[in-house]
Design a protein around this ligand. Structure first.
Ligand code: FAD
Length: 406
């Protein structure tokens, strides 16, 4: 039986939809299956959370023609100030000092989603099937047979390669029998927009507190996204308190660096869990994005890492096909993992260490954290290498990240 599609992607969240855009110019026949429409309030990928896009992400989005559509909605980060509540140590990163035009950009997830979907819909060889849900799949000698529930019917389609970009609780991962390593951080992130008395001057703030990090990301002159981490058991208390009381609670943690907090918008909550798939690929199947690694948002790396994986997978598929491989050749996926493993491991370990190290009140650890922050602040080479790593520019990176086309 011939394949209906070369590649079927489950999940048109930020990662799956970006992969469709990266692969589409190759002419491959692509289907992307999504259960929740883009404009639905329950859409998990495209809500009002502020995302920090690293410079590596900007380069990839430029290469897949999305950056020009989202540029009007992003705010550059020129400086980052990192500190710990009640301690002397702090570090600051400055774009100009580091030789970059910006350290990152902040965008509301919904605006990015609209841009990615607009670009995706411009390709005739990409078929978005939505609302529709993967129910089951089966490997046969001639390809992957997927059962999709769509408009009340079960439709069968045959794919050369199945990509599971279906989020943290991935059905593709479960149906493939892939186990996970998981850890409950027992923390909940509460995200809201705030208006401050003083302008943020394109500065992002990250402050570590005993109950998790508090971050402010600039989105406009006097408006920032507040990412407030609390112990999971206290989440309801913070979510339900009146605005004035919530403002007092934020100011108690964060101080008045940007003057008085004048207004706070709607609060949304995200319980935090680390999830890592033990296997990333099998014959004719690969996991991407949150389906393969769901990480703590303290380093703002989840989507950035997922997008570099998208760039790596697209490169290995297109190179493989140019060399005469077929889309179901497992060699493509082996090349992909070789290209991506180091960066993935670095980001996951760094993010986890930061989450464990700062969410800890041991006096020795606390002194070590302060010394580390001061050292980073005082040693320009260390600071530069740290900055490049955080930007996703260090080490072996896919061609898109190096500013090259496929
Ligand atoms: C509070 C917070 C702040 C964050 N900040 C940042 C940041 O600043 N920078 C950064 O890089 N990252 C950040 N992240 C991480 C980032 O949001 C995620 O890494 C990213 O959204 C993952 O996208 P995804 O497409 O892999 O998964 P998802 O966004 O979960 O998308 C999965 C999609 O699959 C669909 N789906 C699921 N099952 C099925 C099925 N059976 N059939 C069909 N469709 C299905 C879902 O409807 C969904 O649309 C943050 C995360 C949080 C929680």
């Amino acid at each position: 039986m011939p394949h209906d599609y070369d590649v079927v992607i489950i999940g048109a969240g930020m990662v799956g939809a970006s992969l469709a855009c990266a692969l589409a110019p190759s002419g491959l026949r692509i289907a992307i299956i999504e259960s929740v429409t883009l404009t639905n309030d329950q859409q998990p990928s495209y809500d009002d959370r502020g995302l920090t896009l690293s410079p590596s992400t900007k380069r990839i989005l430029e290469q897949i023609n999305i950056w020009s559509q989202v540029q009007a909605y992003v705010t550059p980060i020129k400086k980052i100030h990192v500190s710990e509540q009640g301690r002397f140590g702090f570090t600051h990163l400055d774009a100009v000092e580091s030789g970059f035009s910006e350290l990152g950009n902040v965008v509301i997830a919904r605006s990015l989603g609209l841009a990615i979907h607009k670009q995706m819909s411009s390709f005739e060889n990409v078929n978005l099937i939505c609302p529709a849900e993967l129910k089951h799949f089966q490997r046969t000698d001639s390809g992957m047979i997927l059962e999709i529930s769509h408009s009340g019917d079960i439709e069968k389609i045959c794919a050369g390669l199945l990509v599971g970009a279906d989020g943290s609780y991935s059905l593709v991962r479960r149906l493939a029998g892939i186990n996970t390593k998981e850890h409950d951080y027992k923390q909940t992130v509460i995200v809201s927009n705030i208006t401050t008395q003083k302008p943020n001057n394109s500065t992002a703030f990250e402050r570590f507190t005993p109950h998790g990090p508090v971050a402010l990301l600039p989105i406009d002159k006097n408006r920032s996204v507040l990412v407030f981490t609390v112990e999971g058991k206290n989440a309801e208390y913070y979510l339900n308190m009146p605005d004035e009381q919530y403002i007092d609670a934020i100011e108690a943690e964060f101080g008045r660096r940007l003057g008085k907090i004048e207004q706070v918008g709607q609060r949304r909550s995200y319980p935090l869990r680390f999830i890592e798939a033990i296997e990333q690929y099998q014959d004719q199947l690969v996991l991407l994005g949150n389906a393969v690694h769901t990480i703590h948002p303290n380093t703002a790396q989840g989507f950035n890492l997922g997008l570099r994986d998208v760039a790596g997978l697209a490169e290995c598929i297109i190179d493989g096909i140019e060399k005469g491989r077929t889309i179901d050749d497992i060699g493509i996926l082996e090349d992909y993992i070789k290209l991506r493993r180091d960066d993935q491991q670095y980001v996951m370990q760094f993010t986890n260490r930061l989450a464990h190290c700062f969410y800890n009140d041991k006096p020795l650890l606390s002194s070590a954290r302060n010394v580390a922050m001061l050292l980073i602040d005082m040693l320009p080479d260390l600071k530069r290498s740290f900055t490049e790593r955080s930007m996703g520019l260090a080490g072996l990176q896919p061609r898109f990240v190096r500013g090259q086309s496929l």
